[in-house]
Design a protein around this ligand. Structure first.
Ligand code: DON
Length: 304
């Protein structure tokens, strides 16, 4: 466990980076957030969480939800039912790109780009009678925080600007890789993205990735092998076309969201969440990445 002073120091060291990135504005409700938020929380397998900066303030988790969706799908389906429909390779394209979906006949490269996450949302829709309710229950249980909610305004704003995601989903449907009604699945997907959680909530919720599939409450959510495999996918695709740079700088499996959050884990040791809303060109938090880089350097830790 890092010292609390180290976390304070890392936050202060990243502060001069504010102003270098851009808050996401393609979802209008997200553009309202102040860019100068900075937070980090770290949780260890014994359940202790420490943090610095704005680590208790809830924010829009956006694509970080794709980790929870895939996890939920792994609990509901046999693996081939998932991996026949979505790949395990880095895309090298932006997270909301359409071109590869067309070229590769409706099979998305991985479950973290929007196309892949939409296929996973389609799978959840196919097997759950109330997928939004089930997702909320999952994140509340994993983090131990029953207050976690959907931000209805963000979900609505995404729905009102859903042309690109709708295009991706319909393109996949044209190739036979989308079972349910597109509009229904989009609504569920936007809700997952609109979950509001703090760095503390997220670092606690992600402990199962650092603890062989076991949640903080002691539930075996996925098997140890599945947790290892999920971490491999996060290390290769969790930061989209920025995954190589992130692996080079930070050296941890991670997942970013356009709300400015990034979760990362050191298996066996800790789960971490950072938050700062200004993003780089790949849609990943600028100051958040710097804080994680500082953490891995200070602790001398990396999975590589
Ligand atoms: O579908 C979208 O575009 C957003 N709800 C999520 C994108 C996202 O967070 C990408 N991550 N950096």
């Amino acid at each position: 466990m890092p010292e609390p002073q180290l976390l304070e120091q890392l936050v202060e060291q990243a502060r001069p980076l504010l102003g270098r990135g851009k808050v996401a504005d393609y979802i209008p409700a997200l553009a309202k957030i102040s860019g100068n938020k900075l937070g980090i929380a770290v949780t260890t397998p014994d359940g202790v969480t420490i943090g610095a900066g704005d680590y208790l303030e809830p924010f829009s988790i956006q694509s970080i939800s794709k980790v929870f969706s895939l996890t939920l799908a792994l609990t509901l389906y046999e693996e081939p039912e998932i991996w026949d429909r979505v790949g395990k390779e880095p895309s090298g394209h932006s997270f909301n790109s359409l071109v590869q979906v067309e070229l590769e006949r409706g099979i998305p490269r991985n479950p973290f780009i929007n196309a892949g996450a939409l296929v996973i949302a389609d799978l959840l829709q196919g097997r759950l009678s109330a997928p939004k309710h089930r997702m909320l229950e999952l994140v509340r249980n994993l983090s131990g925080n029953p207050q976690i909610c959907y931000d209805k305004e963000v979900a609505r704003s995404e729905y009102e600007h859903s042309a690109r995601n709708a295009a991706i989903a319909y393109l996949m449907k044209s190739f036979g890789n989308f079972d349910n009604d597109v509009d229904t699945v989009l609504r569920s997907y936007f809700h997952y993205c609109a979950l509001r959680m703090s760095c503390a909530d997220l670092s606690r919720a992600m402990m199962y990735l650092a603890n062989k599939g076991q949640s903080l409450a002691g539930k075996q959510l996925i098997s140890p092998v599945q947790a290892r495999q999920l971490n491999a996918l996060l290390a290769t695709s969790g930061l989209y076309d920025g995954a190589g740079e992130f692996a080079y700088k930070v050296g941890m499996p991670g997942k970013s969201g356009v709300g400015g959050g990034i979760i990362a884990v050191i298996p066996g040791d800790m789960s971490v969440c950072v938050w700062s809303p200004e993003l780089d060109l790949q849609g990943n938090s600028v100051a958040g990445t710097a804080i994680l880089e500082g953490l891995s350097q200070s602790l001398g830790r990396s999975i590589f």
